[in-house]
Design a protein around this ligand. Structure first.
Ligand SMILES: [Zn+2]
Length: 467
């Protein structure tokens, strides 16, 4: 048995969205990468070889320092742990950390055991508070810092680290600091060497990449793999049965997430575009937080969900693990005006995602959505949709999206009256019977996530395609 110690940034979404501005989040996502990168951690482990080494089996996951322990000298282990947490704390003063200690015959085996946890929570703001930080409004500002084109801002130490690591996206690839967006462009270039791209620099620019130049709405998308623990368990069991087999599980998840994300972006990007319609906040393992123009969200998410399971199935098959079923990924979309703070929308997407996963017990790729502009700040309680249901309704959704806005409004009004006969007549009048060939009771069923009213809500942010 070997002991493993993972030191990780926890409650990442919460910390990322502490600063409401994009620059603050961009810097935060760079910091997470930097703080836990193998190259950054290696010097800290020099001289500690007899205590611990980086666990290469765990792969590279942003926000996690995975260690394999080489001693049972608890005092020395605690010293190293403290030193690594201090390193994380220096870069991310307001983030929360947690270390998890587990034993196992391998890293994968250890992942299946219940860990012994140690929490390193974020320090609370000192009291009495001086002038509040212009960005997070949570801690005291203790320095005036020039912040991009915004002039000077009074920032706390956490937000100062963020702006120092934010970089600029507009100048393209070379000027981007290593971070999620740099990774995205690297991976895009690797796949499409003849289609150089940049990423938008701010939310208004991102919104304008939607349907029209005056588009103002964004989709905050949070996706997360389903039942990954179960997947680990089954992989481990299959590997134990046949010693000739080998499988890099973290590597396969990372590959599936990124490849599916690129598939989604490719589908959501115009063929002649030189800018990707996305701001990537976090891509870590099977966990993804992104902003896209509202009209690009559905196409993107559906491709992401399809791709994730397909790529994992491919990797499993290549490794001879044909009996292990690939997990799926669930996603939530919050539609909102670009001026609406991302932190609130990331929270909303998070809430929708948890509910969707519970609804389907993590056994199906579920998709939840909420339109903050048209439905208000609170989730409506609408059930989530399964990916295969979206696929089955794609033609119907496309047809509805193709109707003039006034016609859609009118149809929605009839759906609200729940007058089945009137609805059937209207569908006939609009020449939609070919595509919308469901019973009116099904179209009006409140429990149906793809009832007509919900579909009309979905196609408000739809981009017709030839699928
Ligand atoms: Zn601050």
């Amino acid at each position: 048995m070997t002991d493993f110690l993972d030191i990780a940034v926890v409650r990442i979404q919460r910390w990322l969205s502490r600063a409401p501005h994009l620059r603050g989040r961009r810097g935060a996502s760079t910091l997470i990468r930097k703080a836990t990168a193998a190259g950054e951690v290696a010097p800290l482990l020099v001289g500690w070889e007899e205590v611990a080494e980086r666990c290469t089996e765990a792969g590279q996951i942003d926000g996690v320092i995975p260690l394999r322990l080489n001693t049972d000298d608890e005092e020395r282990i605690a010293q190293l742990e403290k030193q690594l947490v201090a390193h994380l704390r220096a870069l991310m003063p307001a983030a929360s950390f947690e270390s998890k200690r587990r034993s196992g015959t391998s890293w994968l085996d250890a992942q299946l055991r219940t860990p012994v946890r140690t929490e390193w929570p974020a320090p609370t703001a000192e009291w009495p508070l001086g002038k509040r930080c212009d960005w997070c409004a949570e801690w005291s500002a203790n320095e005036q810092v020039p912040v991009g084109s915004d002039g000077k801002k009074a920032l706390c130490i956490d937000c100062r680290q963020r702006t120092a690591h934010a970089g600029y996206a507009t100048s393209g690839h070379a000027d981007l600091q290593p971070g999620t967006e740099r990774d995205l462009l690297d991976r895009w270039t690797e796949r499409f060497p003849d289609r150089p791209m940049r990423v938008p620099d701010d939310f208004p620019e991102l919104a304008r990449l939607g349907e029209t130049d005056d588009a103002t709405h964004l989709a905050t998308i949070h996706a997360d793999g389903n039942a990954i623990g179960q997947f680990r368990y089954e992989t481990h069991r299959a590997l134990r049965k046949d010693a000739r087999l080998d499988f890099d599980l973290p590597g396969a998840i990372q590959h599936a997430t990124w490849s599916a994300l690129l598939d989604g972006l490719q589908a959501a990007t115009d063929p002649d575009a030189d800018i990707l319609p996305v701001i990537a906040h976090l891509v870590g393992g099977d966990d993804v937080l992104l902003s896209l123009p509202a009209h690009r969200a559905w196409t993107f998410v559906v491709e992401l969900q399809r791709g994730f399971s397909n790529y994992l199935t491919e990797s499993l098959t290549a490794a001879g693990l044909t009996k292990v079923p690939a997990p799926s990924i669930s996603a939530a979309i919050a539609f909102h005006h670009y001026t609406h703070p991302l932190s609130a929308n990331a929270d909303l997407a998070d809430e929708l995602l948890s509910a969707a996963k519970k609804e389907h017990f993590g056994s199906a790729p579920a998709l939840a959505w909420h339109d903050r502009t048209h439905e208000g700040p609170q989730p409506s309680g609408r059930p989530s949709i399964r990916l295969d249901q979206v696929g089955a309704h794609w033609a119907e959704l496309n047809a509805l999206a193709g109707l003039p806005q006034s016609t859609r409004k009118n149809l929605a009004a009839i759906a609200r009256t729940e007058d089945g006969q009137r609805l059937a007549d209207q569908i006939k009048r609009l020449g939609l019977t070919e595509v919308v060939h469901r019973q009116v009771t099904d179209l009006l069923n409140r429990e149906n996530p793809l009832n007509l009213a919900n579909e009309l809500g979905m196609v408000r942010w739809w981009r017709g395609d030839a699928r």
